[in-house]
Ligand binder design. Sequence first.
Ligand code: SAM
Length: 212
Amino acid sequence: MTIMFYALIGVILVLVLGALCWRWTSRRRQLPCPAWLAWFLENPVVESIAGAQTLLDRIGLQTGEQGLDVGCGPGRLSIPAALRVGPTGSITALDIQPAMLARLEKAMGRAGVRNIVPRLCDISLDPELPSDSVDRAWLVTVLGEIPDWTAALKNLYRILRPGGTLSITEVLGDPHYQTRGTVLRLCTNAGFEPSQYWRTFLAFTQNFTRPM
Ligand SMILES: C[S@@+](CC[C@H](N)C(=O)[O-])C[C@H]1O[C@@H](n2cnc3c(N)ncnc32)[C@H](O)[C@@H]1O
């Protein structure tokens, strides 16, 4: 019994230390959530904490709009977002990992969705998207994985149309979790104006507007 107890404490300590190291390293170099962990993003627990439809309601995505899913992963939000904007709108799904985009493309095939443009690139480098071209952009559990926040937010500011929405969701327990204070500071420094805010027990969403 005692051995089991100490083994359990040991495993928890290793997990916590591993998460802290991952968090620390991600501030200095790219170390994203690996594609083999994609199943974790799509499990019912994550869905109950930060469900795709709830987040799309918060983002305010409407029929016919152009959306940008930054750090789309396996497409947990991109697919329902594409269905929401319909054939007159489209979603650009951007990720730095080919394996995540491969999962997204499989999911697009299964869902019969055609209005998603997968794009392999880093949001903090030049994503080569036209200026003022997107109505709404969102980062769901992505911000903390980006080492160069300033460059990423500068690019997002350029790509969003004036009056467009930037939406950031953070989930407690994510090793890359960022507090609301950090999110507010980074985005207001980049020129965005805070708008709506939602908080549940384990997650929050903070929206911003690019001023007109
Ligand atoms: C924790 S996953 C979240 C995936 C998705 N947003 C979701 O909620 O299911 C973070 C994703 O962001 C991507 N990512 C990390 N840094 C990025 C960057 N600089 N540019 C684009 N994508 C990035 C990772 O490859 C990974 O797929």
